[in-house]
Design a protein around this ligand. Sequence first.
Ligand code: C2E
Ligand code: CA
Ligand code: CA
Ligand code: CA
Length: 285
Amino acid sequence: ACANALARAKQHYRGSTEFHHAELSLKETQRRNLLSDLRLALTQQQMTVVYQPQFSLPDQQVTGVEALVRWQHPTKGAIPPDEFIPLAEEYGLSAEITEQVIQRCTQELAESGLLGHAIPRVSINISAVEFNSPPLFERLTHMLNQSPRLSPYLQIEITETATLANLQHSADAINRLHRSGIQFSIDDFGTGYTSLTMLKDLPVNEIKIDRSFTRDMMNQSQVAAIVTAIISMARAFDLTVVAEGIEQQDQLTLLTDMHCDEVQGYFMATPMPITELIEFIGQTA
Ligand code: C2E
Ligand code: CA
Ligand code: CA
Ligand code: CA
């Protein structure tokens, strides 16, 4: 009976690993297909950009917009950035994406005449790999120098992992761009490992409190205490603090009471194409 059980176990084990292999290769095939589609999309300039307004508290004036990339796949429909950005990073395509985002922002926002006026600034997201790779960073600097209609109003959002991966190199890179007038924001603040020392050493203008905190602060008093602490720390470092992912009035009320500087989220405005943004700004003005 014992030998039988062993044989069965072996059988089962073999079956499950085979199944596992089949599943892996299916995933791998899907990944390769998505990668080749992504390459094609980039050569055909299929990437578009949507803009999500940010607002000051308590008066709720538009302080800027965050540019978010969008990919409408010809057959699969919209592919979320969380799916294709990591792929782009892994295969060295993130600079390409940044380039197209900068191009769109230049064409659409600079063209609108609102930038620097009704829309004081625009934030773009930059991948960690672009900061930590010298050739990619050179390319980014070059791109920004070629965009004089955009760069004076530009803020770069960089995630905590990016600043941490290679702090010395990132600090040099950030300092160089900062000297040319570009502002910096630490995205998803609280989810990584940014220390107070790092914030002191980097020419950062802003931190963005991650959506998980603005969500959980509503029913966890400890999380609310963390948000309060981040806000007062930001104040001590003379940083603007933006709370992300505001979906309800009670979050907005609490953040106003906490003296948070700015807010962004579906409750105030969702990310929208340029035509809608122009309309939206027209209504709020
Ligand atoms: P992120 O930089 O943290 O961007 C905020 C994400 O939250 C966006 O998702 C935005 O649409 C969404 N969001 C805004 N308000 C709310 C809200 O009230 N509730 C909820 N649940 N979500 C909200 P999106 O556009 O899908 O982007 C996801 C991530 O992909 C971004 O996170 C960013 O890390 C990355 N990403 C987006 N665009 C770019 C880009 O142009 N370049 C790079 N390198 N990464 C990008
Ligand atoms: Ca961001
Ligand atoms: Ca974020
Ligand atoms: Ca993020």
